[in-house]
Design a protein around this ligand. Structure first.
Ligand SMILES: Nc1nc2c(ncn2[C@@H]2O[C@H](COP(=O)(O)OP(=O)(O)OP(=O)(O)O)[C@@H](O)[C@H]2O)c(=O)[nH]1
Ligand SMILES: [Mg+2]
Length: 786
């Protein structure tokens, strides 16, 4: 499907967010809509915003962990596989961030300082990958919510926070006020209570090697490195069987009741690493937990594997397996069953490995990892991220998948994609776009034909040449290559003209990806797809992450086109996919009528699914030549969730000479009581040898205004050959909010120096990232060495 189409994730953003999202693709707020959208505790109907929060009576002292009944919306899966979950509970003995009237930036700065102080206490460096991710997300989240004048402050705040945290830790003032609460869940005897004792460094919870020991849901808290940790210890679930299901459900209902009153910050689901691999039979338990709490629980859960330094079992081949591969194997197995329980294969549950045996010295696992330190770090990061979300009031975004939340499309997005959207017309368009005519290429062809023959040197002959001779020789080859490519292009264009109307030759499509279940012993047995003169092309679509692997393919792709008559051309493209939960469709039907002595008219109907809603869009375009100008105008009407959004645009493109092209356009889009206006001016200068050599410089200025917000942005793109075999491409953008991006790409098959420059600049960027002083003016830098 075309890029410029409004994809199903119709972004629900304001103009400021839209501007940011142009720069930051991996944002906290861009988490995917939740598929496990059931509420953790169904039936809870509280407002999620601080202003309307309900405070319950003070908790009993032992339940200091939580005091606010908070709706438990499922947190998002983070874009990275890491334990950086956005927990959805609110802890009581934390200062209530919503009620704090401080500006969100000050709040976030305080939280960042707290985070850095706790890290310091746990002796974790800020260079740790998980920590860096949390800091990065704090930074991104802050940028997204920052008011313009505060932007500079945000960039400075990271270093400032580090020095304040260090100073506070040295002086011990003010006292650190940080705590979190954890719910433990799992079968009896897996080591829930033992883990609580290990973390709190004290035998506070009862354990038993022979009988179920915890018989009620109760709170156990303690202080570790000045952090108050409250656990909700729970009776273990019994091995699943028809006889135990009732009792297990009762235990879970009790836990649910307790959590309703005092919601924990995160959940830990326990398993034993030493027995998990011997045929996993606890899937019914995972299903039951999901049934009682809703699938949302898994978005807040970390898996804990106890007995992590027990002797490893033999691998299936009879040979011992390595520790790391055993961990991976068990993690994957459990993750697989959780996916099945939630019916979402994208969920990535973080895993913690634990060893509670008293002989486990210094809490070190066989792989050298200090499990307790890792455990505390993961909980810390989870808690901090959830607090950041609360301060920045991101709940509305996190709730996208929850039915009932009204979704409003982003008008700036709609307008900018509408301005870029063109209805394609058959034949000739490409040549017109290139502004090339066969006669232009004629000259070059003659020049090529009149060249004297050249003798191609062997490697040894070439080595014997002097440096300047070598250069001359390579320059000559390069010159001839360019002329040859132009000649080829001309031949292709001529062929295209001649073949117009002839049926296309059959082509074999590249091999398709096949489902993992399709594993023929004979490699010659493959799915093949042949395109012949048929007008319709249908191909199955494989979703490698799809969970329905017994079928494998869960979608179908359809393309078709018809030349109704000389002037009328229609085409249909679409992709449909379906699994047990959802049906997705993205399709476009286009028709273009070329009036032989006038303009070209185009119409398009797009149908797309977006979550449970459908998006219908109708486009109408008209374009025609006015002298040297190619003018176009268009209208668009979109219907989404009962609202209509309509837009109009005009565009004009014209050439100055053969190499300079200007395109100017403007449009307006309105709907849902909002209106956005925008336009752009683009100038493109092409190199002499375009398109066989890709040299070009383009400069574009865009303006978008919605209400009082006006964003003016500039974008410069340049691509040119610096010499033989060396290409440089520059891409920079900057807007009136002082946000921008610079991307430099150099590719060379010859020059080692360029490789060195790239290595040095990558090294500098890495160093700077490690120090975490990312500047929004230089958010990406890349180099590509061939
Ligand atoms: N070797 C080893 N033994 C462990 C580990 N974790 C727990 N145990 C032992 O396993 C037994 C059961 O542990 P508990 O902590 O009582 O298990 P539980 O999950 O709380 O059990 P219930 O309270 O019945 O739900 C105890 O004898 C622990 O010493 C571990 O990581 N390694
Ligand atoms: Mg116990």
């Amino acid at each position: 499907m075309r890029n410029n189409r409004i994809q199903s994730e119709i972004t629900m953003m304001s103009i400021k967010d839209w501007v940011l999202s142009q720069l930051v693709s991996n944002s906290l707020a861009s988490a995917r809509p939740l598929s496990g959208s059931d509420s953790f505790f169904e039936g809870e109907q509280f407002s999620i915003h601080g202003s309307t929060q309900t405070t319950t009576t003070s908790p009993p002292p032992e339940a200091a962990a939580a005091d606010v009944s908070q709706p438990l919306i499922p947190a998002q899966e983070t874009p990275h596989p890491s334990p950086l979950r956005q927990a959805t509970f609110e802890s009581s003995n934390q200062p209530r961030v919503h009620q704090n009237k401080l500006n969100p930036l000050e709040n976030i700065e305080k939280l960042q300082i707290k985070f850095l102080r706790v890290l310091h206490r746990l002796s974790h460096s800020t260079n740790d990958l998980m920590v860096a991710k949390v800091l990065y997300r704090i930074h991104l989240a802050t940028l997204i919510r920052t008011q313009e004048p505060d932007l500079k402050k945000v960039n400075l705040s990271s270093d400032k926070a580090k020095s304040i945290a260090l100073q506070q830790e040295t002086s011990g003032q003010p006292e650190l006020d940080f705590s979190f609460s954890i719910l433990v869940l799992g079968k009896t005897g897996v080591g829930k209570s033992s883990t609580i004792n290990s973390i709190l460094n004290e035998a506070k919870a009862q354990t038993n090697a022979f009988r179920p020991s915890t018989d009620r849901v109760h709170d156990i808290s303690g202080v570790v490195n000045g952090i108050k940790i409250s656990f909700i210890d729970t009776p273990g679930l019994l091995p699943p069987s028809p006889n135990t299901i009732g009792r297990n459900r009762k235990i879970l209902q009790k836990i649910k009741k307790r959590c309703r009153k005092y919601p924990p910050d995160m959940v830990l689901y326990f398993e034993r690493l030493d027995v998990i691999n011997t045929g996993y039979s606890d899937f019914p338990l995972l299903k039951l937990v999901t049934e009682v709490f809703g699938s949302g629980i898994w978005f807040n859960t970390m898996l804990v594997m106890t007995h992590s330094s027990s002797p490893l079992p033999e691998g299936s081949s009879g040979y011992p397996v390595t520790y790391e591969s055993y961990l991976t194997q068990c993690t994957n197995l459990l993750q697989h069953y959780i996916h099945q329980a939630v019916s979402d294969s994208k969920l990535d549950t973080p895993v913690l490995f634990v060893e509670n045996h008293p002989n486990c010295k210094d809490k070190i696992l066989p792989n050298g990892q200090n499990w307790k330190s890792q455990f505390l770090l993961s909980c810390l990061c989870t808690k901090i991220l959830s607090d950041v979300n609360k301060i920045l009031d991101f709940h509305d975004r996190m709730e996208l998948g929850i039915p009932g939340t009204p979704r409003i499309p982003s008008l700036p997005h709609l307008l900018s994609s509408f301005l870029k959207h063109h209805i394609s017309t058959p034949n000739g368009d490409e040549i017109k776009n290139l502004n090339l005519s066969l006669s232009d290429l004629e000259e070059d062809e003659q020049e090529y034909d009149s060249l004297p023959p050249i003798r191609i040197l062997t490697k040894t002959q070439f080595k014997k040449l002097t440096n300047s001779q070598k250069n001359d020789y390579l320059d000559e080859l390069d010159y001839r290559e360019t002329l040859y490519l132009k000649k080829q292009l001309k031949e292709e264009l001529q062929k295209e003209k001649k073949d117009e109307g002839d049926p296309p030759e059959p082509v074999v499509l590249p091999d398709m990806a096949v489902p993992p279940s399709f594993d023929p012993s004979n490699p010659l047995h493959r799915y093949r797809c042949l395109v012949n003169s048929d007008r319709w092309l249908t191909r199955p679509v494989l979703d490698p992450h799809g969970w329905d692997h017994d079928v494998g393919f869960d979608g179908i792709n359809l393309e078709g086109q018809t030349q109704v008559n000389e002037n009328l051309h229609t085409s249909v493209t679409g992709q449909f996919s379906k699994d047990k939960r959802e049906f997705n469709v993205q399709s476009a039907c286009c028709a273009a009528y070329v009036d032989p002595c006038g303009p070209t008219y185009g119409g398009e109907v797009d149908v797309q699914s977006s979550g449970n809603e459908m998006v219908y869009t109708v486009h109408g375009n008209m374009k025609g030549n006015l002298g040297r100008n190619l003018a176009e105008c268009g209208v668009s009407v979109m219907s989404f969730a009962g609202n209509y959004y309509a837009g109009v645009k005009v565009e004009d493109g014209f050439w100055v000479g053969k190499r300079v092209k200007f395109v100017v356009n403007g449009g307006r889009m309105g709907g849902g009581g909002r209106v956005v206006n925008g336009g752009s001016l683009e100038a493109v200068v092409r190199g002499r040898d375009y398109p066989v050599r890709n040299d070009k410089v383009s400069l574009m200025v865009t303006v978008l205004s919605m209400g009082k917000d006006v964003v003016v942005g500039g974008n410069l793109e340049a691509e040119f050959r610096v010499g033989r075999g060396t290409n440089l491409s520059l891409n920079g953008s900057l807007n009136n909010r002082n946000m921008g991006q610079l991307c430099v790409k150099a590719s060379s098959s010859e020059r080692l120096e360029i490789g060195l420059i790239a290595v040095v600049s990558i090294f500098r960027v890495v160093l700077r990232r490690m120090g975490f002083n990312g500047s929004d003016k230089d958010m990406s830098q890349s180099s590509d060495i061939r």
